[in-house]
Design a protein around this ligand. Structure first.
Ligand code: ATP
Ligand code: MG
Length: 241
C-alpha cells in the first residue's frame, strides 16, 4: 500500500494547523517526522486517520492513488491504516481483550477463535515484555505511561496494518523499553512490509531503527527533509537553525 499526502491543509475550529504538507510513504518505508511542540505533527497524524473534528481544507490524502478524504475512521482502518496515539485514552469497563478482538473482527471481517486469538496475543505480550496481567484489565485503565505505549504496539502487532502512524511511541519509556518497542516495530515492519510514519522528539529510538526519510515540521509545514544525518543536525543545532 502507498499512502500519499498531497499539499494537505487541515483546520481545527476554523484555525489552520497543517498548512500544505506533502509526503509519500511506500510499502516498507520508515519515515520520521520531527519538529517543535505545537508544529502540527499530531494534527497531521489524526487527520490521516480521519478524526472527525479536523477538516481538510485543501489537498488530498490518497491510498494507492484513490482519495480517502471522504472515508470515516473505521473505513480507513479497514484499508490498513493504524494510528498509535500520543495520549491513549483510558476506558474503564471495556475489557482490553474484547476491545482488541472486536477491532480485529471489524477490520478483517471474521474472527479467530478466542483461543487462537489469545495465543497470538500472548506471543506478542512476551516479545514486548508486557506484564501479563495487563491484558486482563480494562483498556488502558490505570496503566502506566510506558505500559500504555507498549499496549499500543501490541495492538499494532495484532491488527497488522499496512501503514502505521506512530505518534511518539517512545515518550515516557524507560531506556530498556525504548529498545523493546523499537525492536517490536522493526519486526512488524519487516514481517508485514508495513510503511511507517513515526513522530518523535528524540533520536534515542532511532538508534535502534533504520529510518530512510526524515521530515522536519514547523508551523504546519515541512521545512527540511533528508536522511538519517538530519537527526544529528537537529540534535546539535535545534530547530531554529
Ligand atoms: N481541536 C483543536 N482546536 C484548536 N487548536 C488545536 C486543536 N488541535 C490542535 N490545535 C492546535 O494546533 C497546534 C498543533 O498541535 P499538535 O498537537 O498537532 O502539535 P504537535 O506538533 O503534535 O506538538 P507536540 O510535539 O507538543 O506533540 C497547537 O497549537 C494546538 O493547540
Ligand atoms: Mg503531538
Amino acid at each position: 500500500m502507498e499512502l500519499e499526502i498531497k499539499d494537505l491543509h487541515i483546520s481545527a475550529e476554523e484555525k489552520e494547523i497543517v498548512k500544505g504538507v506533502s509526503l509519500k510513504i511506500r510499502k516498507g518505508e520508515l519515515h520520521v517526522v520531527m519538529g517543535p511542540n505545537g508544529s502540527g505533527k499530531t494534527t497531521l497524524a489524526k487527520a490521516i486517520m480521519g478524526q472527525p473534528d479536523l477538516k481538510a481544507t485543501g489537498g488530498d490524502i490518497l491510498v494507492d492513488g484513490k482519495s480517502i478524504l471522504g472515508m470515516k475512521v473505521d473505513e480507513r482502518a479497514k484499508l490498513g491504516i493504524f494510528l498509535q496515539f500520543q495520549n491513549p485514552v483510558e476506558v474503564e469497563g471495556l475489557g482490553f481483550m474484547s476491545f482488541l478482538n472486536a477491532a480485529k473482527g471489524s477490520i478483517y471481517g471474521d474472527r479467530l477463535s478466542f483461543k487462537d486469538f489469545m495465543a497470538e496475543v500472548k506471543n506478542s505480550v512476551s516479545s514486548l515484555s508486557i506484564k501479563e496481567d495487563l491484558i486482563g484489565r480494562s483498556l488502558n485503565f490505570g496503566f502506566s505511561g510506558g505500559e500504555k505505549k507498549k499496549i499500543e504496539i501490541l495492538q499494532m502487532a495484532i491488527l497488522k496494518p499496512k501503514v502505521a502512524i506512530l505518534d511518539e511511541p517512545d515518550s515516557g519509556l524507560d531506556i530498556d523499553a525504548v529498545r523493546v518497542v523499537a525492536e517490536g516495530i522493526n519486526q512488524l515492519r519487516s514481517k508485514n512490509e508495513m510503511g511507517i510514519l513515526l513522530i518523535t522528539h528524540y533520536s534515542r529510538i532511532l538508534n535502534y531503527m533504520e529510518p530512510q526519510f526524515i521530515h522536519v515540521m514547523k508551523d504546519g509545514v515541512i521545512i527540511k527533509e533528508g536522511g538519517k544525518e538530519l537527526i544529528t543536525e537537529v540534535e546539535e543545532k535545534g530547530y531554529n537553525a
